[in-house]
Design a protein around this ligand. Structure first.
Ligand code: FRU
Length: 476
């Protein structure tokens, strides 16, 4: 087993070698969080603690294609300006030797608690689904958010229900009326996705409180990264099912991430879930996690990537890095539908506002708008029944006959087309960074997150359609 110090030395050498190339890469993003070197996946341990936002994340510093996982660490006073810190958690005990996997933070009594999955893979001939693996729930504590106590193993595979296989992970912990709850994502022996709900009075002893929810035929074989939060008095359950089949325009990403309104009947000890809805239609969105901010907002980060993508790729692997996180998005419920929109704080990034008011739409018009790929663009439509917009060399956004479609050409590196049905359009809002687009429709009713790798800066926006539009652009 490698010690923390050995890892620190090895990663420092790797940084010395790779950083000069990575830092010059034109595809490094300006305002999306990335791993300093190597690979990033899930956001972990999100919280606001003693005046700082903490974003931990799944980090493979030694391999841009993913590999041994650590928890990387960023903090910010405002969700705009971020500071990189030393790696927070290393795979340095026998219970997490093959990876410090995903988990969450709980801020309680002025302390930060982190809960994560310690991944262990035995040597030998195993399928690592039913044999050869351990997934342990482990906790550490901190009074300052930077120095952590010794790791404490809370649950091991023996503690999970007997019909579960060895994939049980990604603890999300919260407190309600003096009781602590934890959800874990799981794969049953017969390959169905489940969520397990545990409770505790002291954060160290946990008991299963519900028959596991899930086991639905069309909902895949594994549910990763479960999350549960309250909005408008409703329990929203968020998770990332693997193995769902595409249905019409839905579920076309490699794996899905979505939510269902859930309810928990304490006396019957039963957790039930409503209808599942996908969170993001782009190509690159997975494993989202939320935290409740000190001002009451529920804020979500996602991984702007997916595991196991075959049809599309990220050319930055050759340069020594891959993936990034999404922007922080505030979640709001309208009826039973979740809306997402980047947090207010991000407006502080705006420079040089350009407004082109009341443009009548018709045949193609060309606007020279951009001198960099980092901008925010808002289109406020009036009486528009269809439109098409082209920008960033070969990216098209179109709404025709009630279907909105994002299309990418060469710059998508295999990403081609994704669509959603929408009844009307009032607003389209785009955050464009050097190698990612986040597209918000109608104030966050639907969202598309996609990586994009352009050759250069395309100055133009081509636009055609019906009705009228007001364009607003800010350089970021
Ligand atoms: C989701 C996930 C989690 C796991 C982590 C490992 O992307 O597979 O279930 O904890 O990534 O990096």
């Amino acid at each position: 087993m490698m010690t923390k110090q050995q890892f620190v030395n090895q990663i420092a050498l790797e940084k010395e070698r790779k950083l000069p190339h990575i830092n010059q890469d034109k595809w490094r993003n300006k305002f999306h969080l990335m791993a300093p070197i190597g690979w990033i996946n899930d956001p972990n341990g999100l919280c606001y603690f003693k005046g700082l936002y903490h974003v931990f994340y799944q980090y493979s510093p030694l391999d841009a294609k993913g590999g041994l996982k650590f928890w990387g660490h960023y903090t910010s006073p405002d969700m705009v300006n971020w500071t990189e810190h030393e790696i927070a958690l290393f795979p340095d005990i026998s219970e997490d030797i093959d990876g410090v996997y995903s988990g969450s933070a709980l801020v309680y009594n002025d302390e930060m608690y982190l809960f994560y999955t310690g991944n262990v893979k035995y040597k030998g001939d195993h399928d690592y689904v039913l044999t050869g693996r351990e997934q342990n729930v482990i906790m550490v504590k901190s009074t300052d958010g930077f120095n952590f106590t010794e790791k404490q193993v809370l649950l091991t595979n023996q503690d999970y229900p007997q019909n579960m296989g060895l994939h049980v992970r990604d603890p999300k912990v919260w407190e309600e009326n003096g009781i602590f709850y934890m959800v874990l994502g799981a794969r049953s022996i017969d390959d169905k996705g489940y969520v397990l709900l545990y409770k505790s009075l002291n954060l160290t002893e946990w008991e299963l409180v519900s028959v596991p929810a899930g086991g639905l035929d069309e909902m895949g074989y594994m549910w990763e990264c479960p999350d549960m939060f309250k909005l408008d008095g409703k329990n929203v359950f968020m998770f990332s099912p693997q193995g769902m089949e595409a249905k019409g325009l839905k579920y076309h990403n490699v794996y899905q991430s979505g939510y269902a309104i859930g309810s928990f009947n304490e006396s019957k000890q039963q957790l039930s879930l409503g209808k599942f809805d996908e969170l993001d239609r782009g190509f690159d969105f997975y494993a989202p996690q939320t935290f409740k901010n000190h001002d009451g907002r529920v804020i979500m980060y996602g991984w702007a990537g997916v595991p196991d993508a075959i049809e599309h790729r990220n050319p930055t692997v050759e340069i020594g890095w891959q993936h990034c996180l999404t922007l922080p998005r505030q979640l709001v419920l309208k009826g039973e539908k979740l809306y997402q929109f980047p947090v207010e704080e991000l407006k502080a990034m705006r420079k040089d506002e350009t407004v082109i008011p009341n443009v009548p739409l018709g045949e193609k018009r060309i606007f020279e708008l951009f001198d960099t790929n980092t901008y925010e663009l808002d289109l406020a439509f009036k009486e528009t029944t269809s439109f098409e917009l082209a920008f960033r060399e070969d990216c098209r956004l179109a709404w025709k006959e009630g279907i909105f479609t994002l299309t990418l050409g060469e710059s998508g590196y295999g990403r081609d087309e994704r669509s959603v049905k929408i009844e009307s359009i009032s607003n389209l809002h785009i955050y464009s960074d050097h190698s990612i687009l986040e597209v918000y429709l109608n104030g966050g009713e639907d969202v598309f997150t996609s990586r994009i790798y352009n050759k250069g800066v395309d100055q133009t926006l081509e636009l055609m359609g019906t009705g009228e539009v007001t364009l607003t652009k800010w350089t970021l």
